[in-house]
Design a binder for this molecule. Structure first.
Ligand SMILES: [Ca+2]
Ligand SMILES: [Ca+2]
Length: 106
């Protein structure tokens, strides 16, 4: 009888969410995730592209800390694209942001 009650009790008590093994590193409010960009600034971690929920301008965010590393106020998510590629062959990615003009940065 006791084992039956214990079994029913376990069925009615779902495992806590923390049992999933995922731990939140950071959160960024007011921004929408756009894409992974790669490591474009030479530190150890990748950058992520986010778009402002207020005006749609895009920004690079440090993948480890969630800190905004670089903003592009003139480039909006709905009318521009960002690509990271090694344009000069030095093994480090440059960022190419395109809208009506192209901006390449290191
Ligand atoms: Ca980086
Ligand atoms: Ca390069």
């Amino acid at each position: 009888m006791f084992l039956s009650l214990l079994f029913v009790g376990r069925l009615l008590s779902p495992a806590p969410a923390a049992a999933s093994g995922f731990a939140q590193l950071w959160a960024l409010t007011g921004w929408d995730f756009v894409q992974d960009v790669g490591n474009t600034d030479g530190d150890a971690q990748r950058e992520l592209l986010f778009a402002s929920k207020v005006d749609g301008h895009v920004a690079l965010v440090d993948g480890l800390t969630g800190a905004i590393a670089m903003e592009f106020p003139e480039f909006k998510n709905d009318n521009s694209t960002l690509t990271a590629t090694d344009v000069d062959g030095d093994g480090r990615l440059e960022r190419a942001v395109e809208s009506r003009t192209v901006l390449v940065t290191r």
